[in-house]
Design a binder for this molecule. Structure first.
Ligand code: MRU
Length: 343
């Protein structure tokens, strides 16, 4: 298992994903503010991992803040701060809602008791994510045939989750059952999660892969070098519209043009049944320098106007299916998705 994030009692430790693959450096967060800043700076990223970080941030922040402010005010302030970090991933808000449910149910207890229960819940969020990922892998691996080339986007592996991965977990599960798989990884400008993180994970796992420039995907599809696409998600609306890393929509349109199956893999914590469709998913815009600079150097004239949406929304009609820990949803998603999640 790759070390994405770990609870250490008085602190949360996470691998600094900004520095991979060059350096494996661990960052220690000792307050919810430090966790929030780490999420904003993308020390830790990937929807499920952000959810785990938020849950641990609450457990870490509540005890410290409640000693000064009283527990209601402390809980409100801590969760509000963590909720202001990155708007798109449903998992962040799902995790905060879970922590709030525990807090609301136990408000009458002592601060120490509440703190202990919040820590237990944060660790449950972490453990359940690993379990969900393994089940996503088991549900989706038969989609990948022996000898297939699978295109993936961004990073959806152990680093993006509490462990194992979602879309990369499906690929990994196919590989682990002995299938000969080749992963086509696109760079994923501007943060380069594909080049830096997915290639790092795949080489550690010994899974054959090839890195391509983002713009090469269509050409490889046309050349018959992609058998299937498998990507992750940050938020999935009730009708299946899916927010994921910028560039996903373009890949889905290309895949449709070339008759290539296009799958999304995500845990239930990414599904937002409260939204009818993708139009109301908030899309994060990030800073201009992520585009104007690369590897610490300017790649455009200073002051060049920039648009930097970090995510896009792929309309559900482009998806062949959505792989979750409860199985694979197929169109029409407004019917199949809610049914899949119903206990
Ligand atoms: O900006 P990021 O790196 O947090 O975006 C990550 C993605 O878009 C992933 O595909 C998504 O969160 C799924 S991770 C299992």
């Amino acid at each position: 298992m790759l070390p994405t994030i770990e609870w250490r009692g008085d602190r949360v430790v996470m691998i600094d994903q900004r520095l991979l693959p060059e350096e494996e450096v661990y960052v220690e967060c000792r307050s919810h503010e430090e966790v929030a800043a780490a999420v904003e700076a993308m020390v830790i990223r990937g929807a499920p991992a952000i959810g785990v970080a938020a849950a641990m941030g609450v457990a870490l922040g509540f005890g410290r803040e409640a000693k000064n402010d009283g527990s209601d005010e402390a809980f409100r302030r801590v969760t509000e701060r963590l909720g202001r970090t990155r708007p798109t991933a449903r998992n962040l808000f799902w995790a905060l809602e879970r922590m709030k449910a525990v807090y609301d149910k136990n408000r009458g207890l002592s601060l120490e008791e509440i703190e202990r229960l919040l820590v237990t819940e944060a660790l449950a969020v972490e453990a359940e994510d690993i379990e969900a990922n393994r089940r996503i892998g088991a549900a989706g691996r038969s989609l990948i045939r022996h000898g297939m080339s699978v295109l993936t986007h961004c990073n959806t592996g152990g680093l993006a989750t509490a462990g194992y991965g979602t879309a990369l977990g499906v690929i990994r599960a196919a590989f682990e059952e002995g299938k000969n798989v080749r992963v086509v990884v696109d760079e994923t400008r501007p943060f380069l999660q594909g080049a830096r993180l997915t290639c790092w994970e795949l080489s550690k796992l010994g899974i054959p892969h090839v890195l391509i420039a983002d713009g090469a995907a269509g050409w490889l599809m046309q050349a018959g070098e992609v058998g299937l696409a498998m990507v992750g998600a940050d938020r999935i609306a009730r009708n299946g519209d899916t927010a994921n890393k910028i560039g996903t929509y373009s890949l889905a349109v290309l895949a449709r043009e070339h008759g290539i199956p296009f799958y999304v893999a995500a845990p239930w914590s990414t599904v937002d049944l409260s939204l009818d469709d993708g139009r109301s998913i908030p899309v994060e815009e990030r800073g201009a320098d992520e585009i104007r600079r690369c590897g610490g150097r300017p790649i455009a004239p200073a002051g060049t106007p920039v648009r930097n949406p970090a995510f896009d929304i792929t309309p559900a009609r482009f998806l062949s299916g959505i792989v979750t820990e409860f199985g694979i949803a197929r169109p029409p998603y407004e019917r199949t998705l809610p049914a899949l999640g119903r206990p």
